[in-house]
Design a protein around this ligand. Structure first.
Ligand code: BV8
Ligand code: ZN
Length: 301
C-alpha cells in the first residue's frame, strides 16, 4: 500500500486522459469557487453551515441587509477584507495563472471576491470576476456613480478596526494585543454609528458599500458581455474545469451546462464527492477528489 507521501494525488489513468484532452483543447473555461481558497485559510461560503456569527452569510450579502444594518454588513465585509489580506494565494491560484499565461483560448470565471487570483498574477484579460471584489468599493446612493477599485485600506475606516483582547495578560504592548475573532458569535461585536461608516467622497451623501455582487443584484454587465463574446467567438468549448464550488449560485453555475451544450467535457475538482450538485454535474468525465491546492497544480502541469 503506497504511503500517503508517495501515493499519487490523482489516479494516473484519470490524469493521463485529462491532460491529453487539456493539451488538445483550444477553448477552455475554469469556473472557480470558494473551495479554491480554502487552503489559503479563507472559510468557504457555505462551510460552517454558511454562518458568520449567527447570521446566514447569504442573508448578509444582500442590499436589504445593508440598508437595514449597514454597520453589521460592513463588519462582515471588513472582517473578510482583513482575512483575505492576511491570506496568500495557494499553488492552485498560481497554477491557474500560469495556464492562463501559456494557453491561448483559456478563460477563468471566478465567483471568488477574495482577490487571490489577481495576486497570483492571473492576467486580468482572461480573469472574469463574476461577483466583484472585496477590494472594490462604490457609492450606495442610486444617483451617484462613484466607485473605487484596489482599495486595500484595512480597516477602511477606524471604526471597523478589529477589537483586540486587552485582557490578555501575556501582551506587553498594544501592538502585541491579540485580535479578537469577531466571526465567533461569543465575541461581542462593537456597535457602530452610521456616521462612523465609510462615506462617499463624491456625493458626500451615500455610504460606500463593498463592490461585490449581492444576491438579487445583476452580475457586472461588462463581465457578462466579455464572456458572451468569448463564447460566441468560436461557439465551441472543449473543456470546463469546475474548481471548489458547490455550484448552487446562479447565473455563475449555469456556465457548466452552457459549456456542455457547446461540446465541453467537464472536470470537477472538489473535496467532497457528495456535494450536490457539484458532483452531479460532471456526469462521468473527470472528478478529482481532494484539496484544490494539491490537485490543481498536479492536473494542470
Ligand atoms: C441574479 C458576492 C438576478 C458576495 C456572491 C437562477 C438564475 C438567476 C438567479 C438565481 C437563480 N436561482 C436563484 C437565483 C438567485 C441567486 C442565487 O443563485 N441564489 C442561490 C443561493 C440559490 N442569484 C443571484 O441573486 C445572483 N443575481 O441572478 O440577479 C437579477 C436579474 C435581473 C435584475 C436584477 C437581478 C447574484 C449571485 C451573486 C451573489 N454573490 N458573492 C459575497 O461574497 O459576500 S455568491 C457567493 O456564493 C460567493 O461568491 C461564492 O463564491 C458563491 C458560490 O459559493 P461557492 O464558491 O460555491 O462556495 P460554497 O461554500 O458554496 O462551496 C464551496 C465548495 O468547495 C464546496 O463544494 C466544497 O465541497 C468545496 N471545497 C471546500 N474546500 C475545498 C473544496 N474543494 C476543493 N478543495 C478544497 N480545499
Ligand atoms: Zn456618492
Amino acid at each position: 500500500m503506497a504511503s500517503t507521501a508517495t501515493r499519487p494525488i490523482v489516479p494516473p489513468a484519470d490524469l493521463e486522459s485529462f491532460q491529453a484532452h487539456l493539451n488538445r483543447s483550444t477553448r477552455i473555461l475554469a469556473l472557480l469557487g470558494a473551495g479554491l481558497s480554502a487552503s489559503s485559510g479563507l472559510p468557504t461560503f457555505r462551510g460552517a453551515g454558511g454562518l458568520w456569527r449567527t447570521h446566514d452569510a447569504v442573508q448578509l450579502a444582500t442590499p436589504s441587509a445593508f440598508s437595514r444594518d449597514p454597520g453589521l454588513v460592513w463588519q462582515f465585509y471588513s472582517y473578510r477584507r482583513h482575512m483575505a489580506l492576511q491570506a496568500k494565494p495557494n499553488p492552485a491560484h498560481y497554477a491557474l495563472a500560469e495556464l492562463a499565461k501559456r494557453k491561448e483560448g483559456f478563460m477563468t470565471l471566478s465567483q471568488n471576491v477574495d482577490g487571490l487570483s489577481p495576486r497570483a498574477g492571473h492576467p486580468a484579460s482572461t480573469l472574469k470576476l463574476l461577483h466583484g471584489s472585496l477590494f472594490d468599493v462604490k457609492c450606495s446612493d442610486f444617483f451617484c456613480s462613484y466607485s473605487e477599485t484596489a482599495n486595500y485600506t484595512d480597516p477602511i475606516v477606524p471604526a471597523l478596526q478589529i477589537p483586540t483582547d486587552e485582557s490578555d495578560p501575556t501582551t506587553t504592548s498594544a501592538l502585541q494585543a491579540r485580535e479578537l475573532d469577531i466571526s465567533d458569535s461569543n465575541v461581542l461585536l462593537p456597535e457602530l454609528a452610521i456616521r462612523d461608516l465609510p462615506r462617499c467622497p463624491n456625493c458626500k451623501k451615500g455610504l460606500l458599500r463593498p463592490g461585490v455582487v449581492w444576491f438579487g443584484e445583476m452580475l457586472p454587465t461588462a463581465v457578462l458581455n466579455d464572456i458572451d463574446r468569448w463564447i460566441t467567438e468560436s461557439n465551441t468549448i472543449d473543456l470546463i474545469i469546475v474548481i471548489g464550488t458547490s455550484a448552487r449560485v446562479y447565473p455563475a453555475a449555469g456556465y457548466v451546462d452552457l459549456a456542455r451544450s457547446k461540446g465541453a467535457r467537464v472536470a470537477v475538482v472538489n473535496v467532497d464527492r457528495d456535494d450536490e450538485p457539484a458532483s452531479g454535474m460532471y456526469q462521468g468525465d473527470w472528478f478529482f477528489e481532494g484539496d484544490a491546492a494539491q490537485i490543481v497544480p498536479e492536473i494542470l502541469k
